[in-house]
Design a protein around this ligand. Structure first.
Ligand code: ATP
Ligand code: MG
Length: 376
């Protein structure tokens, strides 16, 4: 899949922009604060309806404007599709080929994006919540059903927590209804657990080799640390066992007025052999660990989604020593559309630059530097 064209209106520092991108590697270079990250962010929002970094959609709207619009042409093994998203102070609107789309899950399944940006280091260093967010975003992109189950799970969790709160305050509750909610919650928890478990298993098939190729160190892998005690996923009495775990925690949950068991408390660990990189990794080791996680998604997307994903790499070369930079450049293949930003071209391998399309960005204006043949 490739993004052929993007048009922005009132997005961040862009009043108006129209840009074409190409197959293979696209490098965008420019000074600080010219709009490199914003441009990648706009591609991400176009595909996934939310920013990877802004918590409030309004921040995406150009200061002084009322609404933003991003549209793009996505092509690949299928007919070109026009995707469009508009965001104003109150609402978001989605269109595909000029037809309004109501359900977000129908919209986001049309574009596959893998992004790496400097703050992604927080997936490793930050709170478990960020690692769960990572899992939720990636799995929702891969499987429409994950997004639906996750929303159902969150709704059930809210209901159960409201009941626990009422209960803890001495209010009377319908015990039968509470048990039904818990039972449904466990059903959804099992599905989320299975999907997360399999996903990390697939990531582990390639991430350690990627890490070794870039970093030169063996033994990198990621461990899924579920909050529920599950020894065998195929155990026919799994549900009963989990029901027992919830029962055992009930008094504790009542005291805290919240459900303390379940996938909303899961975590991931990044390990180099048995060393936890969160506690013992160097900055470079941590950075490449997250990068290896992202690059390991490519074969998964290729297998489970229509076509290859679009890879967005924001400032990926900074803080890497020259040999690691070179190892990484060897990894970025022409087979997959990659859009990379950098402040410095000088420290990139000339051979790498030669096989890439080059753009310079200045105060929100994008200029194509190398002539590109029309059929590219
Ligand atoms: N909503 C907004 N309206 C107007 N301008 C904005 C908005 N949000 C961000 N900006 C501005 O956009 C400019 C470009 O930001 P961006 O993060 O894309 O820079 P960059 O090229 O990635 O820089 P760096 O190399 O430092 O990462 C900044 O000056 C920022 O203040
Ligand atoms: Mg930036």
């Amino acid at each position: 899949m490739i993004l052929k064209k993007i048009e922005l209106r009132n997005f961040r520092n862009y009043e108006k922009l129209s840009a074409r991108f190409y197959k293979g590697i696209n490098i965008i270079y420019g000074d600080n604060a010219q709009g490199k990250t914003n441009l990648l962010e706009s591609i991400y929002v176009l595909g996934l309806t939310k920013s990877h970094r802004a918590f409030i959609d309004n921040n995406l709207i150009r200061k002084g404007s009322e609404a933003l619009c991003i549209s793009g042409i996505v092509g690949g093994n299928f007919l070109d599709k026009k995707m469009e998203i508009q965001i104003d102070n109150h609402n978001k609107y989605y269109k595909i080929d000029d037809t309004p789309i109501k359900k977000v899950s129908d919209y986001i399944s049309n574009m596959n994006i893998i992004i790496f940006y400097p703050d992604d280091l927080e997936i490793l260093k930050g709170s478990p919540q960020l690692r769960r967010k990572y899992l939720n975003v990636e799995l929702s992109q891969l499987y429409n059903s994950y997004y639906i189950v996750m929303n159902d799970y969150n709704k059930l969790l809210r209901i159960r927590n409201e009941y626990l709160k009422k209960w803890s305050k001495g209010g009377s509750i319908d015990q039968n209804y509470f048990d039904i909610v818990t039972s449904y919650l466990i059903d959804k928890a099992i599905i989320l657990y299975q999907m997360r478990y399999k996903y990390i298993e697939k990531i582990n098939e390639t991430c350690s080799q990627i890490y070794q190729d870039i970093m030169g160190l063996e033994g990198f892998h990621i461990e899924y640390v579920p909050n529920l005690e599950i020894t065998d996923m195929k155990d026919p009495s799994l549900k009963e066992k989990l029901q027992k775990q919830y029962q055992e925690k009930l008094e504790y949950d009542k005291k805290l007025s919240m459900t303390t068991l379940g996938p909303h408390k899961d975590d991931l660990e990044f390990l180099l052999s048995d060393k936890n990189l969160k506690l013992y990794g160097s900055q470079g080791q941590q950075r490449v660990a997250v990068l290896a996680l992202k690059l390991a998604e490519i074969p998964i997307f290729k297998k489970y989604k229509e076509g290859t994903p679009i890879l967005l790499l924001d400032d990926v070369f900074s803080e890497l020593s020259d040999d690691k930079k070179n190892n990484l450049m060897k990894y970025i293949s022409k087979d997959i559309q990659t859009i990379i930003t950098t402040t410095e071209l000088n420290n990139l391998d000339p051979k790498f630059i030669k096989k890439s399309k080059l753009f310079k960005i200045e105060a929100g204006h994008l200029m194509k530097i190398k002539e590109v043949k029309e059929n590219e």
